[in-house]
Design a binder for this molecule. Structure first.
Ligand code: SF4
Length: 354
């Protein structure tokens, strides 16, 4: 039995709970054909396009790519955190347990966030309010979303700190964020994110800002809690090595599109897109079969300057004329693997050696 089972407190439905659940037993989160447009000095620019993936209960799905690939915009869009002043979701679908989230009001989305979807971000201390104790911040979350009394909420907060392995939780609950190290602050964020028993945890670069020595502790804790709680995890990272450790399936993003999607084994041992292969060759200690550590030349171009044809053609060592004129579709490979490359069936790309 999970530790959270011991914490289960009957949910008292706050006013305006979203409509009846339509349970899709296959996927806890399903994103389909999502497109996001930004408004800027270059006009309306599409920054995420044709984004589709799903997460099963208890599964960790990774999105990986360089800065500018669109992975964080994608996670913000899924969470309903895209400001209408600067951007819009132009098409697509985001379904949580079968319930469509796009089109919900800001108030309805606030109820979903925190209660149905938990989130942790890169810099935990910036997400915590320095003027309140960590116990207060967890307790307020469950008071708002679960309607608990102050006393019940405080007890729940202490139990959540205990769940995320913070020693002496009752005492630590009375402390302020400045009294926590970066790793401990991320544990507090994890406690907040999981405090309402969400179905999905979105972890956006959760260890990037932490010291290397504590990164593994936080990653191990996420895995342990996922096993205990059976939630789906969307894990977003620029680090393919970390994604390999954490995820069951992976989507590789480049210039606002998924360029390859498949199981971790597919992606790591038999990449079918040159960008995936280039990311693998850039992993220190990645043990590419017969290969050397190499940097990917150039940078991801800005969204208003994506090249015609394949968006990777300016950096791809295999590009041919067709790549500069025709956009490649996602092409199926073995199993669930898909890759967006004209030459995917003819290239022999190096993966990681076992
Ligand atoms: Fe490279 Fe062409 Fe494939 Fe794009 S379509 S990844 S440019 S080979």
């Amino acid at each position: 039995m999970s530790e959270l089972s011991d914490l289960d407190i009957e949910r008292r439905e706050p006013n305006g709970v979203l409509g009846a659940d339509v349970v899709d037993e296959e996927s806890v989160l399903e994103v389909k054909d999502l497109a996001v447009d930004f408004f800027g000095p270059h006009g309306t620019v599409r920054v995420v396009e044709d984004l589709s993936f799903d997460i099963k209960p208890g599964e960790t799905f990774g999105i990986v790519g360089e800065s500018g690939s669109g992975k964080t915009v994608s996670s913000l869009a899924i969470m309903g955190l895209i400001s209408s002043n600067v951007a819009q979701i132009s098409s697509g679908s985001v379904r949580l347990n079968g319930r469509e989230l796009l089109g919900l009001s800001a108030r309805q989305l606030r109820k979903v966030r925190g209660r149905e979807i938990g989130m942790i971000f890169q810099e935990p201390k910036r997400s915590l309010d320095p003027s309140f104790t960590v116990g207060h911040q967890i307790a307020e979350t469950v008071r708002v979303h679960l309607g608990l009394s102050r006393r019940e909420a405080w007890q729940h907060a202490v139990k959540m700190l205990d769940l995320v392995r913070i020693p002496d939780a009752a005492r630590r609950a009375k402390q302020y964020p400045f009294e926590f190290s970066g790793g401990m602050a991320q544990r507090v964020m994890l406690a907040i994110a999981l405090s309402c028993s969400p179905k999905v945890l979105i972890a956006d670069e959760p260890t990037t800002a932490l010291d290397v020595s504590v990164q593994n502790n936080v990653l191990s804790l996420i895995q342990e809690l996922q096993d205990e709680l059976g939630i789906g995890v969307l894990f977003i990272s620029h680090d393919l090595g970390v994604v390999a450790e954490m995820c069951d399936r992976v989507a590789v993003m480049y210039a606002g599109q998924i360029v390859e999607r498949g199981t971790v084994e597919d992606i790591f041992f038999g990449p079918r897109h040159p960008y995936t292969a280039a990311l693998l060759s850039a992993i220190p200690g990645g043990h590419l079969s017969g290969g050397r550590l190499t940097a990917i030349p150039g940078i991801v171009p800005p969204a208003h300057a994506w090249p015609t044809g394949c968006r990777f053609n300016t950096r791809c060592p295999h590009a041919v004329d067709t790549c500069r004129t025709e956009a490649p579709p996602l092409v199926s490979g073995t199993g669930e693997n898909v890759a967006r490359c004209h030459l995917t069936s003819t290239l022999s790309l190096k993966g990681v050696s076992e």
